[in-house]
Write a protein that binds this ligand. Structure first.
Ligand SMILES: Nc1nc2c(ncn2[C@@H]2O[C@H](COP(=O)(O)OP(=O)(O)OP(=O)(O)O)[C@@H](O)[C@H]2O)c(=O)[nH]1
Ligand SMILES: [Mg+2]
Length: 364
C-alpha cells in the first residue's frame, strides 16, 4: 500500500520537498534495492578467508565460480586463486587412470576412506570431458564413492559438465588449488584412460597411478605404450578371489614391460602392485609406495622440479586456451571463420590458405 507511494520517484521527491525530514522517510524504499545486490557480491577476501577456514559450502561455491564461463566470474576466480596461492601446494597430488570399469572409483572410495581414517583430508576430482556425452558417468561416480560421499573429511567434485579437455583440465587445476587452500592434504584426480586425458592429468599431479585389469595377455597387446611411460606405479586391480593367479601373471608381464622402457626418473622405478579396491586388499602397501616416492624425489629435488615444470606448462596451456577464445570472438575474423571452415571442409580452400587469411586479418 504505502510502497506504491514510493515506487514512483516523483512521489518520493514530492514527499521530501514537503517534509523537512523527508530524507529519512524516503530512505527505506529507495535505498533497499541497491545494497541487497551489493551484499550478495561477497569480496575475494571473505571468500578466501572462509575457504581457508575449511568452509565446504564456500569451497563448493568458489569452484562453481572457477567453472563459470562468464568473464566477470572468471576474473573473480583468477583473483581468488591468486589470493589463495600462498596457501596451496602442500597436498599430495595423485592422478589415477585406467580403462572404463577397471575400478578407479571403487579404489578411490576405499583408499580415500582409509586415508581419512588415518587423519588425512581427501579431495577427489575428476577430469572427464566426455561425461556429458556418455551420460551417467558423473552420477555413477558419486554413487560408487558411497563411503567418501558421507565422509566429513572428504570432498568429491566431478568435472565440469562440458568443455574441451584443455578447459576442463584448467578448471581442475584451479579446483585442486582451492581444495589445498581449504586444508585437503590428499588430492586424488580420477580420469578415464582413453584419449588425451591421462597425459593431461599426469601433467598436474605428483604421482600418476595406472590401474590395470588381471588377464594381461590381451590387454598388454592393446595397451598404449604411452601410459606405461607416464606411470609412476601400476596397480593390478580386482586381484581378489578367482582373479588372484591371473593378476600375479599380469603383474609380472607389466614388470617386464616396464623393465625394457626408459625410466622416467633416475630415482624411481615404477613398482607393480596387486590390489583389490573392492576387498580393500593391498591399498595400504600401495599408498606406502606413494609416500616412498615422495620422500625419494623430494630428496633428489625432482619433486619440486616437476611442479615447477608443471606450472610453466600450465601457464602456456592457459595462454593457448585464452588466445583461442579471443580469436574465436575477435570481430576482425568473426565474419570469415565459418566460411573459411566450410571451404576447408569441402576442399575449395586449403587449410594453409585459410590459416594465412585468418592470421592476415589479425595482423599476425
Ligand atoms: N572383483 C572386483 N570388482 C571390482 C573391484 N573394483 C571395482 N570392481 C567392480 O568393477 C565395476 C566398475 O568399478 P568402478 O569403480 O565403477 O570402475 P571405474 O574405473 O571407476 O569406471 P568408470 O568411471 O566408468 O571408468 C564395479 O561393478 C565394481 O564393483 C575389485 O577390486 N574387485
Ligand atoms: Mg569411475
Amino acid at each position: 500500500m504505502t510502497s506504491s507511494t514510493f515506487s514512483a520517484p516523483t512521489a518520493g521527491l514530492a514527499h521530501v520537498s514537503v517534509d523537512a525530514a523527508g530524507d529519512v522517510s524516503t530512505t527505506p524504499p529507495t535505498v533497499a534495492a541497491t545494497p541487497v545486490a551489493a551484499a550478495r557480491d561477497v569480496s575475494i577476501e571473505d571468500l578466501a578467508a572462509k575457504i581457508r577456514a575449511g568452509d565446504r559450502s564456500t569451497l563448493a561455491r568458489a569452484i562453481t565460480l572457477v567453472e563459470s564461463k562468464k568473464p566477470d566470474h572468471q576474473a573473480k576466480a583468477r583473483a581468488l586463486v591468486q589470493a589463495l596461492l600462498p596457501h596451496t601446494g602442500r597436498a599430495h597430488r595423485v592422478g589415477i587412470t585406467g580403462v572404463p570399469g577397471v575400478g578407479k572409483s571403487t579404489t578411490i572410495d576405499q583408499l580415500g576412506a582409509n586415508l581419512t581414517a588415518a587423519g588425512h583430508k581427501v579431495a577427489v576430482l575428476a577430469v572427464d570431458p566426455s561425461s556429458t556425452r556418455t551420460g551417467g558417468s558423473i552420477l555413477g561416480d558419486k554413487t560408487r564413492m558411497a563411503k567418501l560421499a558421507v565422509d566429513r573429511n572428504a570432498f568429491i567434485r566431478p568435472s565440469p559438465s562440458s568443455g574441451t579437455l584443455g578447459g576442463v583440465a584448467a578448471k581442475t587445476r584451479e579446483t585442486m588449488l582451492l581444495c589445498e587452500a581449504a586444508g585437503f592434504d590428499v588430492i586424488l584426480v580420477e580420469t578415464v584412460g582413453v584419449g588425451q586425458s591421462e597425459t593431461t592429468v599426469a601433467g598436474m599431479v605428483d604421482f600418476f597411478l595406472v590401474l590395470m585389469l588381471p588377464g594381461a595377455g590381451d590387454e598388454l597387446q592393446g595397451i598404449k605404450k604411452g601410459v606405461l611411460e607416464i606411470a609412476d606405479m601400476i596397480a593390478v586391480n580386482k586381484s581378489d578371489g578367482d582373479n588372484a593367479v591371473r593378476a600375479r601373471a599380469a603383474a609380472s608381464e607389466y614388470r617386464a614391460a616396464l623393465n625394457i622402457m626408459a625410466a622416467k626418473s633416475a630415482t624411481w622405478t615404477p613398482p607393480v602392485v596387486l590390489i583389490s579396491g573392492l576387498a580393500d586388499q593391498g591399498l595400504d602397501a600401495m599408498w606406502e609406495q606413494v609416500e616412498i616416492h615422495r620422500g625419494k624425489l623430494t630428496a633428489s629435488g625432482e619433486y619440486a622440479e616437476r611442479r615447477r615444470v608443471q606450472q610453466v606448462e600450465w601457464m602456456w596451456s592457459m595462454l593457448e586456451e585464452r588466445l583461442m577464445q579471443a580469436l574465436r570472438h575477435d570481430p576482425r575474423v568473426a565474419g570469415r571463420l565459418g566460411t573459411l571452415e566450410s571451404g576447408v571442409r569441402d576442399g575449395t580452400v586449403s587449410a594453409s590458405l585459410a590459416v594465412d587469411e585468418i592470421a592476415g586479418l589479425l595482423g599476425i
